[in-house]
Design a protein around this ligand. Sequence first.
Ligand code: UT7
Length: 326
Amino acid sequence: MTRRYSRITGTGSFLPEQRISNDELAARLALDGIETSDQWIVERTGIHARHFAAPDVGSSDLALEASKRALAAAGLQADDLDLIIVATSTPDMVFPSTAALLQHKLGTAGSAAFDVQAVCSGFVYALTVADAMIQSGSANRALVVGAEVFSRLLDFTDRTTCVLFGDGAGAVVLEASDRPGILASDLHADGKHAGILCVPGNVSGGKAMGDPLLKMDGQAVFKLAVGVLEDAARQVLAKADKTAADIDWLIPHQANIRIMQMTARKLRLPMDKVIVTVGEHGNTSAASIPLALDAGIRDGKIKPGDTLMLEGVGGGFTWGAVLLDL
Ligand code: UT7
């Protein structure tokens, strides 16, 4: 019997219209006496700008635009899908899932639809789940989306976090194939580090309880991220019986250019094999990897047949990697 694999057959992405440069953000923060500068943000993070969604735009709206583009690239209609997974930490509602809302906005019904919550690792988690469902025969055509409106979680009085994040969405269509596709995945979490990157509030009795804004110990996250990204890369390569020399493109979570540079150096990959979009996108959490993947494909850098390593890391603490042939 031929083995079933899953392959990416289309990608799409979407950024909300409002682009905020570092200088614009710095001017806005200065009104409240918060000091920052384009120079500090660029030197420490590589971020030049981020996009913020309008107040009436939710993750499902950004996901819809990215999904339409991914479906068009795959030559499919929404009715062809039997699975929709959205990775998000900024759902439109407590429930139903953003995936169910997206399904309806796409004008279809009946497919399985659910969200995955693994913060900035969400897309590699969602892709791994969709791949497993396709390999097992419980799905044939999946839409896997990362979509976030992280601007809603930002504390604009905390300059150590509010300059880092942005909004956006990226999507891929994943289809069953007798040719791989996704070669291997490697996912991990360690909940003891929950406190170093979290939004500690919740909704109860009709009110937000606790603090519903993002908190981060940036240096602790930085140190952990560099170590676990190297481990996940080595583990996923070993699972697929490949080496770093087989990677055509590394597509890391777009949190900080310095983390990406250190990860590439540890894998002995030159930076010209790394897709970098953090400069224009900021950190869009679960959306960052599919946004970067789509940008790399549409720029003509990433070509059919290339071997890609996708790597996520974030709140939880969660981390993971997916190795695939396009
Ligand atoms: O997707 C989730 C993953 N998250 C991440 O990957 C974040 C990982 N961490 C980081 O990217 C970095 O730790 C940051 C970019 C958040 C911070 O960079 P850093 O090099 O670790 O800076 P720092 O926290 O050591 O702060 C250095 C200085 C401090 O001033 P003092 O104490 O040296 O006087 C901060 O108060 O920079 C100051 N600072 C700022 N200055 C201007 C912190 N934020 C700002 C700011 N503008 N926005």
